[in-house]
Design a protein around this ligand. Structure first.
Ligand code: HSE
Length: 439
């Protein structure tokens, strides 16, 4: 057993904080034996001292002021699980400045302040650990930092929001609407009480920014990523996807373009070939495919949220932090986070597309769309259609799907803008990217 007992300060006793405390108590001997380090939770900062808790905590450990953790000279490591971005940012910054390594699971604070905090951590030589911020229990951060260290990361493509994946899986299986599937997810306790960030893609985008900063060592901010959520996915899209050999997933795509050393960063509902492993990741599960120049393709799969999976990731980092406290200088950090990289403008990104138009059932509509695509030199790989509805005026409307060959987004945008003036075509077509996931 090495040295003195290391003292931990835990900030936050919500779902994950409770899971961490419970696991540290329950598996104490196992952890101590494996880490060969003795440790104790010295202090826990909570918002409300009077609140009833799921787990019994000695009253003298509790405080409602997180500053006490940072100011206590006996506390060696801070675990930040308070959530939000205001107090969490202040706490992480204060801890790093005080020379106390920090473990956090807070994706929102890292997406917003990561560039500054990673830089500060490197300058001060005080490590900041964040395994739990991406993919819950999936060990992706430490894998990128350690096991895959010799690789140039070519791409990271993943499903990293469990709630939206549950909703899409449920829509595909039952044909229900997005709203019905969301209500079910909320009733089962999967979705957050306010699930807006799950639905609008921003929860996944926060995690994508963190993974991209880590993999490429470059500071990034929210304005660099293109984000579309699952709001526009309808059951009819699943029927077309099935017929065409795909399923629909909310995908995070991070791609390195070697030719100009730029990054492509986007989150959007995408057509995924049914035979690709990511297509079979259903329910609340997450999966992240990392392609490296040396290792080739790897896929990490597991529970992306929840008390115990997230606690598992947090405690993995706590043990790493404890080991590094005994070996100062051992953790040099994976990347300096100082490299400036360009992010490819969305207009320049290239994929094939699925475009579903709602059109009046009359002469020349298909021809006018095909002509417009031809005008912008965009190829069509297939079309399919189905009856949609008869409106109040007795006009028949059809769903008309075009599968579009790979082209720059800007060209398809011009086509859609020109078609918007055609009264026989609904102004808001549904557009999803098709990811072949082989390039
Ligand atoms: N709301 C998130 C999800 C929780 O559904 O994946 C974990 O970040």
């Amino acid at each position: 057993m090495k040295g003195e007992t290391l003292q931990l300060g835990l900030a936050g006793m919500g779902t994950v904080g409770t899971g961490v405390y419970e696991t540290l108590c329950r598996n104490y001997s196992l952890l101590e034996a494996r880490a060969q380090i003795s440790f104790a939770v010295k202090r826990i900062a909570v918002r409300d001292l009077a609140r009833a808790r799921e787990v019994e905590v000695p009253a003298d450990l509790l405080t409602d002021d997180w500053h006490e953790l940072v100011n206590d000279p006996e506390i060696d490591i801070i675990i930040e699980l308070i959530g939000g971005t205001t107090d969490a940012y202040a706490l992480i910054k204060a801890a790093i400045l005080a020379g106390k390594p920090v473990v956090t699971g807070n994706k929102a604070v890292l997406a917003k302040y990561g560039s500054e905090l990673f830089q500060l951590s490197a300058e001060k030589g005080t490590p900041l650990y964040f395994e739990a911020s991406c993919g819950g229990g999936i060990p992706i951060v430490q894998c990128l930092q350690n096991s895959l260290i010799c690789n140039k990361v070519e791409s990271i493509v993943g499903i990293i929001n469990g709630t939206s994946n549950y909703i899409l899986s449920s829509m595909r299986e039952t044909g229900e609407t997005m709203r019905d599937a969301l209500e079910k997810a909320q009733a089962l306790g999967f979705a957050e009480a306010d699930p807006s960030f799950d639905i609008n893609g921003w929860d996944a985008a926060h995690k994508a920014l963190i993974l991209a900063m880590l993999a490429y060592g470059t500071p990034l901010s929210a304005d660099k990523i293109s984000v579309y959520g699952i709001e526009r996915v309808e059951s009819v899209d699943f029927r077309f996807a099935e017929q065409l050999g795909y399923t629909i997933k909310l995908l995070v795509v991070i791609k390195h373009h070697e030719e100009n050393d730029s990054l492509e960063l986007r989150v959007q509902p995408s057509f995924v070939p049914k035979q690709h492993l990511l297509a079979s990741v259903d329910g609340v599960f997450n999966a992240i495919a990392v392609k490296g120049d040396v290792v080739g393709e790897t896929i990490f799969y597991g529970r992306g949220a929840g008390k115990n999976p997230t606690a598992s990731a947090v405690i993995g980092d706590v043990v790493l932090a404890m080991r590094e406290c005994h070996l100062p200088g051992y953790h040099t950090g994976f990347q300096p986070y100082t490299k400036q990289m360009d992010v490819l403008p969305m207009a320049e990104t290239v994929t094939p597309y699925y475009v579903r138009f709602r059109v009046q059932d009359k002469h020349g509509v298909i021809a006018s769309i095909a002509a417009m695509l031809a005008k912008y030199d965009i190829g069509i790989s297939g079309t399919t259609s189905t009856m949609c509805e008869v409106d109040a005026n007795g006009v028949r409307w059809n769903h008309l799907v075009f599968m579009i060959h790979a082209c720059k987004w800007v060209r398809l945008k011009y086509v859609l803008r020109e078609l918007a003036t055609n009264d026989a075509i609904d102004r808001h077509p549904v557009v999803f990217r098709i990811e072949d996931l082989n390039s």
